[in-house]
Design a protein around this ligand. Structure first.
Ligand SMILES: Cc1cc2nc3c(=O)[nH]c(=O)nc-3n(C[C@H](O)[C@H](O)[C@H](O)COP(=O)(O)OP(=O)(O)OC[C@H]3O[C@@H](n4cnc5c(N)ncnc54)[C@H](O)[C@@H]3O)c2cc1C
Length: 413
């Protein structure tokens, strides 16, 4: 078993880390404060585009791109999951970095969908400006009125009408829709309620400016609006787009959703590992620089054990995610189904616990905005729901684990 990252990954990790240290970290706190106090917090601060331009100049751009499949060579040869994973970890240390490098969700997932499933025209119209960072996108699946953990429940509709598709319904938690550059919505709607449960839904590319699309409100995640990106509740009323905006074909949404999620979960999890590392690093600094009861904080009570447990938990989680990345690269999603769900359960919980420990050791300061810990905790907590709640992923793991035993049980009966 090989534990070293490849030379290419190491080189990129070093350059990305250096860029974050020298270009992003010095301005990040100021930039968040400026966003919060701006007359319009939904207008991105100008320095953001400047950082993007610098990152791009240095070739630190779209590093999430997967290894090119036939027909996609013109969009660049990306990295295998095992090579991108450590880069995602480094970018996770900063809330801004994934955006600066054009490697943020949900744009990355939407770009992968377009790469893999888009027609040449769809790629030209939407993928190219997304890869350029000229526009942003949202993924509109979850609905306020149905339990969306079960994606077969989605009740918004996408109905073929002559040469058009007509869309009606309401979505929420559409991440990224608050951004003024968000021009593309990847919408999932029900087309044929009589079809097999996994063949009822269709994915459609909807320009945000289409008449009938309305952002009803932006939702806070535990009091944070995540400006300038945000999460929206969006209504679709008789929205009409050409049938050529359908992805792959009517009733093919589940196939696309499956293909979209494997690498995306590795990215989310590695970013959270980076965030947990940052929380541990802040804990070590704080715990060795503050004194109470005549000792550094780290030497009080069970704090050393908590630090050791955090290190063990982070390292365990990283190994599991890297193994998942390796399986995705070598066996595809079908060979990594259980692991993709395992990391989706294990990593947000681990990060939530480590960050919670860091908050506690920071005392009152840990809950303030003077440290990035409160926002980090919210991020980890949200990831226990976003992309499917823990329970759904545990069910996947248990189902795969039990399958041969239940088959024997049924045979024996
Ligand atoms: C910050 C954030 C960003 C998001 N971004 C997006 C986005 O960009 N696009 C998008 O479409 N959606 C997005 N979501 C939505 C997210 O994917 C859904 O919230 C999630 O899939 C759960 O759906 P639900 O909220 O309808 O919960 P429900 O389906 O109502 O489930 C509620 C609870 O029921 C329990 N439950 C459900 N199923 C099971 C089960 N099988 N076994 C045991 N218990 C179960 C769980 O405790 C679950 O949390 C985002 C959510 C958050 C918080």
């Amino acid at each position: 078993m090989e534990f070293e990252h490849s030379a290419r990954a190491n080189e990129l990790v070093g350059r990305v880390a250096e860029f974050i240290r020298t270009e992003i970290e010095p301005v990040e706190a100021e930039l968040h404060a400026a966003t919060r106090t701006a007359a319009d917090p939904w207008l991105p601060q100008p320095v953001f585009k400047e950082l993007q331009a610098k990152a791009r100049e240095q070739g630190l751009w779209n590093l999430f791109l997967p290894v090119a499949e036939p027909g996609n060579e013109q969009y660049g040869e990306g990295l295998p999951n095992v090579d991108y994973a450590p880069i995602a970890e480094v970018t996770g240390r900063s809330f801004l970095a994934p955006y600066v490098f054009n490697c943020n969700a949900p744009d990355t997932g939407n770009m992968e969908v377009l790469l893999r499933y888009g027609t040449p025209e769809q790629k030209k119209q939407w993928l190219e400006p997304l890869l350029d960072g000229a526009i942003r996108s949202a993924f509109c699946m979850t609905e306020p009125d149905v339990a969306s953990s079960d994606a077969t429940n989605m009740s918004a509709t996408a109905i073929l009408d002559g040469d058009d598709v007509v869309i009606n319904g309401r979505k929420w938690w559409s991440t990224g829709i608050g951004h003024p550059d968000c021009e593309l919505l990847v919408f999932m709607g029900r087309t044929d309620p009589g079809a097999h449960r996994y063949a009822r839904h269709t994915m459609v590319l909807v320009p945000r400016s289409t008449p009938g699309v309305k952002v009803e409100r932006l939702l806070p995640t535990m009091h944070q609006y995540d400006e300038p990106h945000g999460h929206g509740e969006v209504s679709f009323t008789d929205v009409r787009v050409p049938a050529s905006n359908i992805l792959v074909g009517l009733g093919r949404a589940f196939e696309i959703a499956q293909g979209r999620l494997g690498p995306g979960r590795v990215h989310h999890c590695m970013r959270l590992i980076g965030l947990a590392e940052k929380a541990l690093e802040l804990t070590l600094r704080r715990g060795t620089s503050r004194t109470a009861f005549g000792k550094p904080l780290v030497d009080l009570g069970g704090n050393r054990e908590r630090i050791a447990d955090a290190r063990i938990a982070i390292n365990q989680a990283r190994l599991l995610v890297l193994q998942t990345a390796y399986l995705l690269d070598t066996k595809g999603l079908a060979g990594a189904l259980s692991e993709v769900s395992q990391i989706k359960v294990a990593v947000p919980r681990m990060a939530q616990d480590v960050i919670d420990m860091a908050i506690q050791l920071h005392g009152g300061g840990g809950l303030s905005d003077d440290f990035p810990l409160a926002a980090a905790w919210t991020s980890a907590r949200a990831l226990r729901l976003a992309d499917g709640p823990d329970e759904v992923h545990r069910n996947v793991v248990a189902k795969l684990e039990l399958a041969p035993y239940l088959a024997q049980y049924r045979e024996a009966k």
